[in-house]
Design a protein around this ligand. Structure first.
Ligand SMILES: C[S@@+](CC[C@H](N)C(=O)[O-])C[C@H]1O[C@@H](n2cnc3c(N)ncnc32)[C@H](O)[C@@H]1O
Length: 375
């Protein structure tokens, strides 16, 4: 893939831009194999490849520039906006939406937030595209002051961009290096974006994590469902479950599945998807994954974990090692913390592993492994 922003040095996010795609995947596989080390029982399945461009279903664009000429992209070292609205790793639907959103910003008179002077209102625009082509568009504002202007602009935005079925204002009053704040003001009647994933329709609300690459996420959920079906557990936990992707794909008659996730919004999404699919034996709890495991009266037969980059940490891996759980499925976006967590659970041996190239053109990679208790 070629990228003019990368060629011009305007954006350095895609560190593998220019490296032939097959070589990127081989290098990621090699790195994962090295990090996990020699494992007598471990079989590596062929890597799941992605489209090398147009794969990102979510764009997190910092807004800079002026009301008349907003930039959507990143900030340079001096805190000024760099426009990346034609970013080629974003889905074509997102690329087509960004100029329309920029026009809306101008019409609504939303002054981009200026980091050096701490003035202005609009900080970021977050756009997610569903595999159906529908969009969730979130405007991250410094205060409530301009929510009215955004509300008045909404009919114009939706006339030009009818795919924008969920539109919100997110409030981030603090001057902090985070993408969004805690308060969400819905502007549309719909607050949920359906995310069909093949076997199951997931739901996405604001303030919830979703896997970055929809086709690769679908392959990941299908792979894990296959391993779980082969293990045939009666009781499954999905820790760090987000909107319930693994839990809902692992549901089966006679199997109880419990998802645990810290984001209440994500838990609500997971519950509504379970209801819509008529899955009665799948439940979700909002809370800390480690606390949930440590407080449980009984361990399940199988645990799926899909933590953030930091991994599952000492307490949860200690509990898993001691628990007697027969199978663990560990899906990780950071093979370094995955390797450290696995090394601390010697009773749970990796038997299958697979690299999924969720993030082409970058060093990042998803790797999923099935662990089986030895003895
Ligand atoms: C990599 S995402 C996985 C999401 C989900 N498995 C999926 O496929 O979409 C990690 C998730 O862990 C959640 N999380 C972070 N810390 C947590 C904690 N201490 N306890 C439970 N969930 C947590 C995040 O909110 C996020 O949804």
């Amino acid at each position: 893939m070629q990228c003019s922003y990368s060629d011009a040095g305007a954006c350095r996010s895609c560190t593998l831009m220019g490296t032939p795609y097959p070589r990127q995947v081989e290098a990621k596989e090699q790195r994962c194999r090295e990090l996990l080390g020699e494992q007598p029982m471990l079989q590596w399945l062929p890597a799941v490849r992605s489209a090398e461009s147009g794969y990102r279903n979510k764009a997190k664009m910092v807004v800079g520039g002026t009301v008349r000429r907003p930039t959507l992209g990143i900030l340079d070292a001096g805190g000024r906006g760099v426009d990346l609205r034609r970013c080629g790793v974003c889905t074509p639907g997102i690329r087509a939406a960004l100029p329309v959103i920029a026009r809306s910003i101008t019409r609504a008179g939303l002054e981009p937030y200026d980091v050096p002077t701490r003035r202005g209102e609009l900080k970021n625009v977050l756009v997610t595209e569903s595999p159906t082509g529908e969009l969730m568009v979130r405007f991250v504002l410094r205060s409530r002051q301009r929510v009215g202007a955004l509300r008045r602009e909404l009919p114009n935005l939706q006339r030009e961009l009818p795919q924008a079925v969920v539109v919100t204002a997110n409030l981030l009053p603090e001057h902090r290096a985070v993408v969004e704040g805690e308060e969400e003001v819905p502007l549309t009647e719909r607050t949920t974006l359906p995310m069909p994933m093949g076997a199951v329709d997931l739901d996405l609300r604001p303030q919830s994590f979703f896997q970055t690459n929809s086709p690769v996420a679908r392959a990941l959920y299908a792979q894990v469902a296959e391993w779980v079906d082969e293990a045939a557990p009666a009781d499954v936990w999905d820790l760090y479950c987000g909107v319930g992707g693994f839990a809902l794909h692992c549901a089966a008659p006679g199997r109880r599945v419990t998802g645990v996730e810290v984001s209440a919004e994500a838990v609500e999404s997971a519950r509504s998807a379970a209801r819509a699919a008529g899955l009665r034996d799948v439940g979700f709890l909002a809370g800390d994954a480690t606390r949930f495991a440590l407080d449980a009266a009984e361990a399940p037969d199988l645990v799926v974990v899909n933590p953030p980059r930091r991994g599952i940490g000492a307490e949860l891996r200690g509990w898993l090692e001691r628990s007697g759980v027969r199978h663990v499925v560990y899906s990780s976006c950071n093979p370094v913390t995955l390797a450290a967590d696995l090394a601390a659970m010697p009773s749970l041996r990796p038997v299958h592993a697979r690299v999924l190239d969720m993030f082409p053109q970058t060093e990042h990679v998803e790797v999923v492994t099935l662990l089986e208790r030895s003895g």
